[in-house]
Design a protein around this ligand. Structure first.
Ligand SMILES: [Zn+2]
Length: 344
């Protein structure tokens, strides 16, 4: 174990190890970068390295403190999951207990004010069983707007034995005052070859499924690990039906099969809990189609198992019909209308 077991983002790992080795860890760090690349995992690793008996630049996962830290993080994650299930909003925050190593996650779609109030109350007390307190705020962009100023006050005057790691996908979703008080560690999508290496050892997937999983993961270790070919197929099929229905070829050329359009649209709307996931699959298909239409030999396709079908489709399609001009608005926007999106 230790930082060597972390997959990808070598620059982020090196920056952290350098801080730890030199004993120059800023009071507030911000881990920013795409979902699923291991920001939280690395934050937990860093917290362990800061308390490990064999530290300071790494953690052993074997000493009493490392084992205690693992136990605390597991308890906390279970606690957040249990609280999130509670329908009663007051009970959700009832009896919050903050440990010396504290992972904080959103309890609703927000990290609630009460969670930050608790953090502030314990941040100024002496650590209990470790030499320091470390707060890890996952999805920091979800801190409730009413609690941002509370957190800001602690970040401005951090107690000597307390430090913070904020985690978010996009640093610019944080208020600039919070951002400016943190030292940023930037994360990138994980290299494709590392993802392929990770999937190579997966015994449940066939070789073509591994190739598809690596593309769908798009640099996310979490997505690669969670890839379920049957689930992906279930999400993708209605999109394929939808696209086919839009250009169904009959004896008189391409026509729209409206019944099939409505059936597939209904199937797409079925999984309301993860509509964003459904849209991502559709987006990847449309983008693949566009790539293949513009260059049949492209290497940019996500749905690699469909490449032959997409190429066949591209040969029988007219690229002009999908060039951006085809999507021009039917009613042009008059110049007098303000365009907030236009660059100033
Ligand atoms: Zn240790």
């Amino acid at each position: 174990m230790g930082f060597d077991s972390f997959l990808g983002n070598p620059q982020a790992v090196a920056a952290i190890r350098e801080m730890l080795a030199g004993g120059r860890v800023p009071g507030a760090l911000l881990f920013a970068g795409p979902e699923g690349v291991g920001k939280k995992t690395l934050a937990l690793m860093m917290a362990k390295a800061r308390v490990c008996e064999r530290g300071p630049a790494d953690f052993c996962d074997q000493c009493a403190r490392c084992r205690k830290a693992n136990q605390i993080f597991a308890t906390e994650q279970e606690d957040w999951a249990r609280r999130r299930e509670s329908k009663d909003s007051s009970r959700r925050v009832e009896g919050l207990v903050y440990f010396d190593l504290q992972l904080i996650e959103p309890l609703t779609k927000f990290i609630l004010s009460e969670q930050i109030r608790q953090l502030r109350a314990v941040a100024y007390t002496q650590p209990f069983e470790f030499p320091r307190r470390i707060f890890i705020l996952d999805e920091a962009q979800a801190i409730h707007w009413q609690a941002v100023d509370l957190l800001l006050k602690v970040l401005e005057e951090p107690p000597e034995t307390t430090s913070f790691i904020l985690i978010c996908a996009n640093a610019f979703e944080l208020r600039s005052t919070i951002r400016s008080r943190c030292t940023r560690i930037a994360f990138q999508p994980v290299d494709q070859t590392l993802i392929q290496g990770l999937l190579a050892g997966d015994k449940k997937l066939t070789e073509p499924q591994k190739a598809l999983a690596a593309r769908v993961a798009a640099g996310s270790v979490a997505r690669a690990r969670a890839f379920d070919p049957a689930d992906y197929e279930r999400r993708r099929q209605p999109w394929l039906d939808f696209l086919e229905a839009m250009v169904r070829r009959g004896p008189h050329g391409a026509t729209v099969d409206w019944r099939m359009v409505f059936d597939s649209a209904r199937a797409l709307a079925e999984n309301r809990d993860d509509f964003e996931g459904t849209l991502k699959v559709g987006y990847s298909l449309l983008s693949d189609l566009l790539h293949v239409l513009l260059n049949p030999e492209t290497d940019e396709v996500v749905n690699v198992d469909l490449i032959a079908r997409l190429q066949a489709e591209s040969r029988s399609s007219r690229p002009d019909s999908i060039k951006p001009t085809a999507f021009k608005s039917a009613t042009p926007i008059p110049n007098s209308v303000s365009r907030p999106w236009a660059s100033k």
